[in-house]
Design a binder for this molecule. Structure first.
Ligand code: 5AD
Ligand code: SF4
Length: 446
């Protein structure tokens, strides 16, 4: 490849932080004069923004690269970004000759210059964790979905024994107070009505505010709630050990903070939680859940679970089913344990057979589905507000989210970004049907 690319496409895998990073890379590339390729059109530059959390996700990056060769034998310039790039560095280029650029999650502000280098025939790699934050070099936000992501915290110091994140995303860092506030204003100015604060351990966020005082996430949420035109605030993902009393209280005090909390527990067995180095017990987790419920009685919880962690017995797994029942999650995500290179759990004895993991995952899915449906059913008949996000599949149908993160479909002429008053009239396993009561036509001036 010798000529400079004119168009690009970015495909993000994995978590919401990757979605955010993908949006920022798109803004950067647009600023250097590249145009986003139309859907279905071949791009001159393809960025694969990868996930390393489980083996299957990591392998997906390589199978996608293989498919980028065109029938005439030509291919786009390929940039491997995200956590696989960070974890594998130059090994990635040794494994696939098609990878021109390797760029980690902390260095993608350098993508435009790396693309220029690659177009001249070199194969640049940057997996550094620079002291100066990439955020300072990224362009101002100009586009935003009705519900927009805003990364406020990155990295993880918790070192759960199964997890690659502390290695791929590095140590916990919090973005400065004024930077977050400025980006939130820019997002609202660009059309966001909801902001989802992101971080691997978002509730560990802390920084000095304008007065120099050390503040936690609750203070940040309180400050953001004063932004006119911003209607809703969420945050994810939280660690149970970092749910401070102030943050719990904020759920009862700040109307714009939505009644939904993603609080992964991973297992219901204390023995397994210890082996996972989770730094919380089932008991402390359930106490936290109770406290949040006291502050905000209608709060919905979601969680993450891993089945088949090394040494997990039938009794341990039964304990996981029991904690699902005890919490009554509105939604939950469950995964088969995947052994990751370099993590302590990969070296543990008593790895669980794939067919046992499969069976446990199936039973866990079933149990979670029961709670999810009953949560949805409990909301039937309720009058609430929905933030319109996009068109539905049927004529005149729109789709948005309830305060509890339920996907709601309804007939309406309201465009994305509008808040509509809706009665929830029917519940399905994964969504709700709504009927519009009145359409608020005023888009808050931002
Ligand atoms: N295997 C399976 N699931 C994992 N997760 C993290 N690491 C692994 C692993 N090695 C899950 C956890 C985490 C979610 C983002 O991914 O449940 O909360
Ligand atoms: Fe991974 Fe544990 Fe950190 Fe979450 S808290 S990112 S699971 S090490």
């Amino acid at each position: 490849m010798t000529s400079a690319p004119k168009s690009f496409s970015i495909k993000s895998f994995g978590c919401q932080m990757n979605v955010y990073d993908g949006e920022r890379m798109a803004e950067l590339l647009s600023d250097t004069g590249l145009a986003p390729a139309a859907p279905g059109e071949d791009a001159d530059l393809v960025v694969l923004n990868t996930c390393h959390i489980r083996e299957k996700a990591a392998e997906k990056a390589y199978s996608d690269i293989g498919r980028l060769r065109r029938p005439d034998g030509s291919r786009p310039l390929v940039a491997l970004a995200g956590c696989v790039a960070q974890a594998e560095g130059s090994e990635a280029q040794a494994r696939s000759k098609m990878i021109d650029i390797v760029v980690g999650p902390q260095s993608y502000h350098r993508l435009p210059e790396m693309v220029a280098d690659a177009a001249r025939g070199s194969r640049p790699i940057d997996t550094g964790m620079p002291a100066l934050s990439k955020f300072d070099r990224l362009p101002r936000r100009r586009r935003a979905a009705p519900s927009a992501f805003l990364t406020v915290q990155e990295g993880c110091d918790k070192f759960c024994t199964y997890c690659v994140v502390p290695y791929t995303r590095g140590a916990e860092i919090s973005r400065p107070w004024k930077d977050v506030i400025a980006e939130a204003h820019a997002l609202v100015g660009a059309g966001a009505r909801e902001i989802v604060l992101l971080g691997q351990n978002v509730n560990a966020w802390s920084a000095d505010d304008e007065t120099g005082g050390d503040r936690g996430l609750d203070a940040l949420i309180r400050a953001l709630s004063r932004i006119d035109g911003l209607e809703r605030i969420r945050y994810t993902t939280s660690h149970p050990a970092d749910m401070s009393d102030g943050l719990i209280a904020a759920h009862g005090e700040i109307d714009k903070l939505m009644p939904y909390l993603h609080l992964p527990v991973q297992s219901g067995s204390d023995r397994i939680l210890k082996a996972m180095n989770r730094s919380h017990s089932t008991d402390s987790y359930l106490r936290t859940i109770d406290k949040v419920r006291s502050a905000r009685p209608d709060i919905a919880f979601s969680g993450d679970f891993i089945v088949g962690f090394p040494g997990e017995s039938d009794a341990d797994f039964e304990a996981t089913l029991r904690i699902v029942d005890a919490v009554g999650y509105a939604a939950a995500y469950s995964f088969k344990y995947s052994s990751r290179p370099g993590t302590p759990a990969a070296a543990m004895e008593d790895q669980i057979a794939p067919e046992i993991m499969e069976e446990r995952l199936r039973r866990l899915h079933e149990r979670i589905a029961v709670h999810q449906l009953s949560f949805n059913q409990s909301k039937v008949g309720l009058d609430t507000q929905v933030l319109v996000e996009r068109k539905g599949r049927h004529d005149g149908q729109m789709i948005g989210r309830s305060p509890w993160m339920q996907s709601v479909h309804f007939q309406s002429a309201a465009p994305p970004g509008e808040m509509v008053d809706v009665t929830l009239v029917a519940a399905g396993p994964n969504s709700m049907a709504g009927e519009v009561r009145s359409e608020r036509t005023s888009r808050a001036a931002a």
